[in-house]
Ligand binder design. Structure first.
Ligand code: NAD
Length: 364
């Protein structure tokens, strides 16, 4: 039986994960789901944001359903004990190198974007971000007294941007394979005009691309990509890029849709094991109020069914059910507008469950 590690975390994490679990249960599939603390909650109970027992559960599971971690009250803790370290630790221990962030604009929510509706209506792009390399992990890094540079003897800090050929090859393959299931287009984003690391990136992505003659590849500098994403986002389909550029561009793309509470994500390793979480954080400002939007987490559960649990039809059922509740006019506060019905976290989850268990939806 497939095993799902359920890690709700902090802030709104437990509220939104409870709804996703409810939706998974409504599918009536055979899963073994086991919950464990992570982030600030785990620091409180175990003295560490990623306790051994939680890590072990995650390693043994086929997939991890993750809520969110973090709260400003932990900002003064030493870095290794901060809630966010749990995510970095899971990525590292499980080798989750490929991050999928779809940015989809639902027809009913086009008004939620700050862009003109015609620019984003029907938007459906997929940002694939390399997640375990680049300047976030490159060594050496640190603080020191500057040995040279503009201010020798001054305090300085430095990080190292690096990518190896195999790291680039494997994320490039992921992007081309994903494009084959979509509209056969990949845009590789780099900064090869300035950075050696990204010249190698561009060279390797181009080489890998030759193995996918059916997929069109183009290259774009990251500064231009940031502009084009707000100028003509629908020109993109699959975007593949490094860790830091992907971090920034995927948030930008998320905001195109105007509703971070709607956007799922997946982080996969070479074995197809994955961590599935909403693109947003723990939203401590609204935690405990029952008003958070659970749809990003519910849609993350759909990605989990598709990518790690071999249940694409069940994923379709969840996605159809989400479309259905939006068409019914149900909205949590973050996406609410005149003429729609405002609902809380739990009511939204219940509505998705109701849509799933309705025959017309399950057949469709
Ligand atoms: P955030 O994404 O938590 O919140 C940003 C804004 O969006 C807030 O106003 C929040 O209320 C709103 N929001 C987010 N999710 C929502 C939802 N589902 N429904 C309705 N509104 C929603 O980002 P932040 O405020 O910058 O960070 C808060 C904490 O989350 C920090 O401790 C940060 O480190 C952490 N964080 C965690 C993750 C993660 O667990 N993967 C990611 C980003 C931030």
């Amino acid at each position: 039986m497939k095993k799902i590690a359920v890690l709700p975390g902090d802030g709104i994490g437990p509220e939104i994960v409870a709804e996703a679990v409810k939706v998974l249960n409504a599918l009536e599939l055979e899963f073994d789901m086991e919950a464990a603390p992570v982030g600030g909650a785990a620091y409180e109970s175990h003295g560490h944001p990623l306790p051994e027992s939680t890590l072990k559960l995650a390693q043994e599971a086929d997939a991890i359903l993750f809520g969110a971690v973090g709260d400003w009250k932990y900002d003064k803790l030493e870095r290794a004990l901060r809630p966010e370290q749990a995510i970095l630790g899971l990525r590292k221990h499980l080798g989750l190198f490929a991050n999928f962030r779809p940015a989809i604009c639902y027809e009913q929510l086009t008004h939620a974007s700050s862009l003109k509706p015609e620019l984003i209506a029907g938007l459906d792009i997929l940002i694939i971000r390399e997640l375990t390399g680049d300047i976030y992990f490159g060594q050496p890094r640190g603080r020191r007294t500057a040995p040279d540079g503009h201010f020798p003897g001054a305090e300085e800090a430095f990080d190292t941007m690096r990518y190896s050929r195999p790291e680039i090859e494997r994320i490039a393959h992921i992007a081309f394979q994903a494009a084959r299931k979509r509209s056969q287009r990949v845009t590789s984003v780099d900064k090869s005009n300035v950075l050696e690391t990204f010249q190698l990136w561009k060279d390797v992505v181009t080489e890998v691309g030759q193995q996918y003659p059916d997929v069109a590849l183009d290259h774009m500098y990251v500064d231009n990509a940031a502009m084009q994403l707000v100028r003509a986002p629908k020109k993109f389909d699959v975007v593949v890029t490094g860790n830091m550029f992907g971090d920034i561009l995927s948030d930008e793309a998320a905001m195109l849709t105007g509703s971070i509470g709607m956007l799922p994500s997946a982080s996969l390793n070479e074995r197809g094991q994955g961590l599935y979480e909403p693109s947003h954080g723990s939203a401590p400002d609204i935690a405990g109020q029952g008003i958070a939007n659970p749809l990003a987490t519910i849609l993350s559960a759909a990605m989990m069914l598709r990518f790690s649990l071999d249940q694409p039809q069940a994923a379709d059922r969840i996605e159809s059910a989400v479309q259905h509740v939006l068409a019914q006019g149900l909205r949590t506060a973050d996406i609410h507008s005149d003429g729609t019905t405002k609902v809380g976290t739990r009511e939204m989850g219940d509505a998705v469950v109701a849509a799933i268990t309705t025959k017309t939806i399950t057949k469709g």
